[in-house]
Design a protein around this ligand. Structure first.
Ligand SMILES: Nc1ncnc2c1ncn2[C@@H]1O[C@H](COP(=O)(O)OP(=O)(O)OP(=O)(O)O)[C@@H](O)[C@H]1O
Length: 258
């Protein structure tokens, strides 16, 4: 693949609800998007703009009605969620999703680390991995590293989201989808997780799309910003153009598309 070929492309993507009925509506409407390796794209838009639908379409939980979805030039529109999970991972808003509640932090990390590999790893190996798990948990800077043997259900929301994030990146996905992953957290915890999120993404050069309603975060983080409205991309800016964008610019655009 040439350096400038996209990692993932949507071409004239249309997603319908109530397809083939009189109330058929396009909730993604002729959307075009090229995602390149190393892009850290923040995604904003009013409620109902189609942000989650975009993620669902990429991850496979919504079916493409028309158009193309290409991974490194190869159509994946008909591939299952499980198949696509081999190259992408996703963190949701709800701290209860993404982790197994009765399992400990270390067991959850181990499960994520061996995803897609042979299942019969011995506990001995889990012990060997402990120092690595402790190290990455410590990098989240929120006390998670002292809770390796604690059941996930007894973690704080912030620790649980930090764990979900680590599980999502532990095998270095080609594409990381963050779906308002800090939205359920209090402002301080949310800001703290965002700092660690950004650190990991930039240091590891991960390719990421992040939906957020925090416009300050959307402007502060990432190299590229998308505004979605009515199932279409109404703004796609990167680098210097993104840096010169203001919250007011985005809010004006929201007014126009709502
Ligand atoms: N299964 C469905 N049936 C009917 N309408 C749906 C369905 N899924 C999504 N929609 C509609 O599609 C539109 C886009 O929804 P989507 O959840 O993608 O928006 P969003 O930008 O993520 O919104 P929010 O910021 O509120 O999370 C909305 O009008 C929503 O009501």
């Amino acid at each position: 693949m040439a350096q400038n070929d996209p990692l993932l492309s949507l071409k004239n993507a249309v997603v319908y609800v109530n397809q083939n009925t009189s109330s058929q509506t396009a909730i993604l409407n002729q959307l075009n998007l090229d995602i390149f390796e190393g892009d850290f794209i923040t995604v904003v838009g009013p409620n109902g703009a189609g942000k989650s639908t975009l993620f669902n379409t990429i991850a496979g939980s919504k079916i493409l009605g028309k158009g193309q979805l290409l991974h490194r030039g190869r159509s994946i529109a008909k591939e299952s969620i499980i198949k696509r999970a081999q190259f992408l991972s996703r963190v949701f808003q709800d701290p209860k999703m993404g982790t197994a509640p009765r399992m400990t932090v270390a067991e959850n990390l181990n499960l994520a680390a061996k995803r897609g590999t042979q299942r019969n790893l011995k506990l001995r190996k889990l012990k060997q991995k402990r120092s690595y798990f402790k190290e990455i948990a410590a990098s989240m800077n929120n006390g998670l590293s002292n809770k390796l043997d604690v059941a996930t259900e007894s973690l704080s929301g912030g620790q649980r989201q930090a764990l979900s994030f680590l599980m999502a990146i532990i095998k270095r996905p080609e594409l990381l989808l963050l779906d308002e992953h800090t939205a359920a957290l209090d402002p301080k915890t949310s800001a703290q997780l965002m700092i660690q999120t950004n650190k990991n993404i930039t240091e590891q050069k991960l390719t990421c799309l992040m939906i957020t309603h925090h416009l300050d975060d959307a402007l502060k983080y990432g190299n590229r910003l998308l505004v979605l409205g009515k199932g279409q991309i109404v703004l796609d800016v990167r680098d210097e153009q993104k840096k010169s964008l203001t919250k007011e610019n985005i809010l004006e655009l929201f007014d126009k598309i709502s």
